[in-house]
Design a protein around this ligand. Structure first.
Ligand code: F6P
Length: 547
């Protein structure tokens, strides 16, 4: 498949050369219809991709690339339950978890929807029970605080969504997320809490992850210490695909919520892994979140490729990564409650497409997944935007913003929106040396000062951005945003020929940590063939610990 794409990539290279002397400001000047041509609506959600290094021919070539890579066929195969996670021999069906149409989804000859709906019903009962106080602590008190213990996909999605949906909390309990095995994380969290009114959700797809099991053990000991062993059951529940391991851990299986191996960890917020979100904002809002994602699934499946938001975003990413050689992609929400969105997307994108071999085990012949990063605006403007505007690297970026805020606080929102629009305009237009010089002259600067300062005050411009605008950050919109990025990752993984649904790259570090643990606990010496650096560091740690 990848070889067949070479001729299209060659034509894209030629197109790039042609665009070299047609910067964005020129493209906008040439074409009054550019915004309409390069924007797509999905109800109230708008993708403006007009500020990209693109003309109609380049866009058509990118669409050709998607066709040649078989994006539509592989998409349909994924939705139909084909085993596209080939290294783990699994279907990839997070879409079934939010299949609000309830049409059958067949895995191994069996419709998975009844099981999906059964767990969802249990999530509803439990979440609403905790919110109402019907499901109470061992003392009979209402839970005031819920601590999710999980890491990676069992943490980032629910943690991000909980912050994003803060306005929907009502009188629900406070949510906390403990992920790091650094004891500081759980210590600082527990220090604020009352064991009598604290519920723990232990979330782990495999129920073997060292960080999560360690934190769960510490939480268990904390409840036992304060309330006694008999209280433990009332203060814990679990989410996992490995219900046998949940039972072996000593947890009440009636308080265990299952999901399935066809749900990847970083795609699992739609499953019972979303239980803390349902507790935080109530089940109806959780369903609205699922429905938003389902809408995007329908859009992804049915919209023509050139009007298909995830396809367009995926293709633009490939264009910049493979043809222009840009290695990072920034996600910059002008929406403070999306403060963890970039961190969430890092796992989604980098764990999915950070691969060096194709599904057939041969090397990926061109660059694959970019480095994804970002922070909310306007904060980032006062930190790293300097580099985005004038640095030597070009960083394509997505800007996200809501037209309508939850809080009407003075003119805050007008100021926020003026900033998001100004940034993408500045990145697109830039400012020439001549324009900078003219401004300096107008400000009364001497010729010498103008000559010295103008190069510093000029902006190269021609820096590509997308803007994703939506009415309000509500549960439906959050669901839509996440699903858009999930499918974008799918599109790119398909073009690069990688398996976006495994993550073998995280294993070696885990293995070596297990080998080093007895050494650090003083139960073993470093192996004779241990490298000198690690040995030296172990010795230094021990020295510092003795001192
Ligand atoms: O180590 C990476 C990883 O396997 C992620 O893919 C996953 O989301 C995370 O660890 C947590 O895994 P689990 O849910 O099985 O505890």
């Amino acid at each position: 498949m990848v070889a067949e794409l070479d001729p299209i990539f060659k034509r894209l290279e030629a197109k790039k050369a042609e665009l070299a002397d047609r910067p964005l400001r020129k493209l906008f000047a040439e074409d009054a219809g550019r915004f309409d041509r390069f924007s797509v609506h999905l109800d109230d959600l708008l993708l403006d991709f007009s500020k990209n290094r693109l003309d109609a021919d380049a866009f058509a070539l990118l669409i050709e690339l998607a066709k040649a890579a078989g994006v539509a066929e592989r998409r349909d195969a994924m939705f139909a339950g084909a085993v596209i996670n080939t290294t783990e021999k699994r279907s990839v069906l997070h879409t079934a978890l939010r299949n609000r149409s309830n049409t059958p989804v067949i895995v191994d000859g069996k419709d998975v929807m009844p099981d999906v709906n059964e767990v969802l019903g249990r999530v509803r009962d439990f979440a609403e029970g905790v919110r109402s106080g019907k499901i109470a602590s061992s003392t009979g008190a209402k839970f005031t605080d819920v601590v999710n213990i999980g890491i990676g996909g069992s943490d980032l999605g629910p943690a991000m969504a909980t912050i994003a949906l803060t306005p929907y909390r009502g009188n629900g309990p406070r949510l906390h997320y403990v992920s790091n095995v650094d004891g500081a994380h759980i210590s600082d969290t527990l220090a604020e809490l009352d064991p009598k009114t604290t519920l723990f959700v232990v979330a782990s797809k495999t129920f073997t992850t060292s960080e999560t099991m360690t934190n769960a053990g510490t939480a268990r000991a904390w409840i036992k210490e304060h309330l006694g062993e008999a209280a433990v059951g009332a203060h814990f529940c679990a989410v996992s695909t490995a219900l046998d391991k949940v039972a072996a851990f000593g947890m009440d299986v009636s308080r265990a919520f299952g999901f399935w191996d066809w749900v990847g960890g970083r795609y699992s917020v739609w499953s019972a892994i979303g239980l803390p979100v349902a507790i935080a904002v109530g089940f109806d809002n959780f369903v609205a979140f699922l429905s938003g994602a389902h809408e995007v699934d329908n859009h992804f499946r049915s919209a023509p490729l050139d009007k298909n938001i995830p396809v367009i975003l995926g293709l633009l990413g490939v264009w910049y990564r493979n043809v222009w050689g840009f290695s990072t992609h920034a996600v910059l929400p002008y929406d403070q409650r999306l403060s963890r969105f970039a961190a969430y997307l890092q796992q989604l994108d980098m764990e999915s497409n950070g691969k060096g071999v194709r599904t057939d085990g041969t090397p990926v012949p061109r660059a694959s997944g970019p480095i994804v990063w970002g922070e909310p605006g306007t904060n980032g403007q006062h930190a790293f935007y300097q580099l985005i505007h004038q640095g030597t690297d070009i960083i394509p970026a997505d800007f996200l913003a809501a037209a309508v805020p939850h809080e009407q606080v003075g003119d805050h929102h007008a100021k926020l929106l003026s900033n998001v629009l100004a940034q993408t305009e500045a990145l697109m237009l830039g400012k020439t040396v001549e324009e900078a010089a003219a401004e300096l002259k107008k400000a009364g600067k001497s010729d010498a000062d103008i000559a010295a300062l103008a190069p510093h005050k000029a902006f190269p411009g021609n820096r590509p951005t997308n803007t994703i605008l939506y009415r309000t950050l509500d549960p439906r919109t959050l669901g839509r945003l996440i699903a858009i990025y999930e499918h974008k990752v799918f599109v790119q993984g398909t073009i690069w020929g990688v398996n976006s649904y495994d993550q073998w790259g995280v294993e070696l570090g885990k293995e070596l940590a297990n080998r080093l643990l007895p050494v650090l606990k003083g139960e073993a010496e470093p192996a004779a063939n241990q490298d000198a650096s690690t040995k030296g560091l172990v010795a230094a740690i021990k020295g510092l610990q003795k001192a």
